[in-house]
Design a protein around this ligand. Structure first.
Ligand code: APR
Length: 239
């Protein structure tokens, strides 16, 4: 069967081999920082400097990070599916820009982006690659202290949910890559795809929390597993 309407979900595992940390693995980011302190609106209100330091360090690390073969394979997949008249949406939970650097275009950052900031005072949002500080002034309204990373924190609504559910309800293939399946709503996407009758595949280092919900699973480092799966899939498209 050739699949035509594809939704891909990625998590921190797809960027692990690019040197970007994952969250819940051994030595993961959440073993070093308390989610409450750096990934909630309350934590930001309590100590904006701690939060800015946390995101400044990750934004700086991103400057030197390069896409790995998994990111490049997904960009290749999008090109091949589109050329064959199909459609592919890549939904990422990641706030890094490695999918963009690899050439993916139909991309939706449901948890926002490290390289964007927004103003809580005037609502402006835009690209930002430098450090951000508690008193940095907004480029639009000029207010100091109202700028924050344009990243979705716990308790906030992820971006693009309407589009994501629309595409999941019509997809014939859903592939989840490099995510622990511990954080909703992303962890529930496989159920939506399954209800739409889609074939569902998990490509991960090891079975995730919701591995049993997938039709198929392949396990190992994303740079190998994703590349092999994409080459096989594209080969069948061309076949
Ligand atoms: N290749 C493939 N998978 C990997 C690799 C790798 N090299 N290394 C780790 N993994 C897998 C782990 O086995 C794990 O299942 O990636 C997953 C990473 O899980 P998490 O650290 O929980 O990251 P993620 O699922 O993206 O977290 C979801 O939680 O904290 C929030 O907003 C944050 O977007 C994040 C969300």
């Amino acid at each position: 069967m050739v699949f035509r309407r594809i939704v891909i979900l990625t998590g921190a595992g797809v960027s692990a081999e690019s040197g970007m940390g994952t969250f819940r693995d051994k030595d993961g980011i959440w073993t070093k920082y308390d989610i409450e302190d750096v990934a909630t609106p309350e934590g930001f209100a309590r100590n904006p400097t701690l939060v800015h330091d946390f995101y400044n360090a990750r934004r700086r690390a991103l400057r030197d990070a390069a896409p790995n073969p998994a990111h490049h394979a997904l960009a290749r997949l999008e090109k091949a599916v589109t050329a064959a008249g199909g459609e592919l949406l890549l939904v990422t939970q990641n706030v890094d820009n490695l999918h963009e650097k690899a050439g993916s275009q139909n991309l939706l950052h449901m948890h926002g982006e490290l390289t964007r900031v927004k103003c809580d005072a005037c609502g402006s949002a835009g690209a930002w690659n430098d450090d951000l500080f508690a008193l940095t002034e907004c480029w639009r309204c000029g207010l100091p202290g109202a700028l924050r990373p344009d990243v979705v924190w716990f308790g906030e609504m992820p971006y693009g949910m309407e589009t994501i559910f629309e595409r999941l309800s019509a997809c014939d293939l859903f592939v989840s890559i490099g995510t622990s399946g511990e954080v909703y709503p992303a962890a529930g996407f496989v159920l939506e795809a399954d209800m739409a009758g889609a074939h569902t595949i998990e490509l991960n280092l090891e079975p995730s929390a919701n591995a049993r919900g997938f039709t198929e699973g392949r396990y190992g480092p994303a740079s190998e597993v994703v590349s092999i799966w994409v080459d096989d899939f594209v080969g069948r498209l061309d076949g």
